[in-house]
Design a protein around this ligand. Sequence first.
Ligand SMILES: Cc1ncc(COP(=O)(O)O)c(C=O)c1O
Length: 433
Amino acid sequence: MANVDQNEALFERAQKTIPGGVNSPVRAFRQVGGTPRFVAKAKGPYFWDANEKRYIDLIMSWGPMIVGHANPEVVAAVQKAAETSFSYGAPTEGEIELAERICALMPSVEQVRMVSSGTEATMSALRLARGFTGRDLIIKFEGCYHGHADSLLVKAGSGLLTFADSTQNAPSSGGVPQDLVKHTLVLPYNDVAAIEEVFKKQGDQIAAVIIEPIAGNMNLIKPSKEFLTAIRSLTSKYGAVLIYDEVMTGFRVALGGAQSLQGVTPDLTCLGKVMGGGMPMAAFGGKKEIMSKLAPLGNVYQAGTLSGNPVAVAAGLKTLEIISREGFYECLTGQTEKLMAGLKAAADRNNIPFAVDSEGGMFGFYFTNEVPTSFEAVTKSNIDAFKKFFHLMLDEGVYLAPSAYEAGFTSIAHDNAVLDEIIAAAENSFKKL
Ligand SMILES: Cc1ncc(COP(=O)(O)O)c(C=O)c1O
């Protein structure tokens, strides 16, 4: 196929100077096989690859492009900011405006510090939680991804009884010292008994619990109300910091993030993706009492040459302005639900076991009969069927995340005509499965 050739040529060339040919691993298509599409340009809900083939994008840069690619209002804001230099390394009024807007949209965030990536946000939030509590242990949940800082790249030890035994943990990446891993406890998502047990045994040593309040890195998995309530009451009781990693869900599942939907208030929140409108921009924030431990006020050090970058701030501010307009989330949520219902109906017509879920502009679909509630359940879905479906959809011109363990993302530019095209493509693909 001539269409794939240009992508293949670029992939071959890329692999000579870039490890694996990509600058972030999941882009390499390792889980589904085949050649990554090299993007030449994008607009609204579409991108075009190196052979000028058009795809409907259902990743949207893994979340940020909620107002569509190259949104004219965001482009104009970025152009204006770029004209007065790209970076100063000194504070700007735009940063204050962005901080004020974030604090207004997310009332649990009283103060916020800007950084350049989600990884930096979670890594810094953990350091802050440790500095604030004077404790070392952290709890994370299986299947949640919080960026690639050392202490977060940890797998669970096996068996419920060993949950509190961190010597059973194995780093899930080379180069991560066992010494660091021993401070991270990994528990199953949605398992109330497991977290109660750990707090009972070691509650006074736990600095923080970090969680994706709607998980998007093991496909889409929602927490139960009991699970979130238990985490909140245990962290409060034992004086641990509750960190919501809303890098993915913040401003994507709702204007106020997942925390505005679930009735549980975290101590710290990590943000990224949408808040930078596609530019390298992220943040962490929360209670003033905790945030005031950060340098230059406190002794927890955190810094960044490009933090609060003025061009990224301009993109973020304009994006937050657009998503704050009346009806934005009603429309986004409605379109995403419509897409999921369309996919489910198409699968049903073709007798394919298939389940769907969504929240705001974030969705999950699963080749199984029921929506999963844990990482383990996701691994039991039909991953081979997903891989085939992925390639069939790609041939049809629909770009899904190249892994069964990722959520999908829509934008306000995914209008009815686009949804109809995706659903027709899915119908054709299901027929061939
Ligand atoms: C929930 C969550 N936290 C943190 C990160 C890390 O963000 P970044 O890739 O910007 O470092 C991601 C990235 O996908 C994420 O989904």
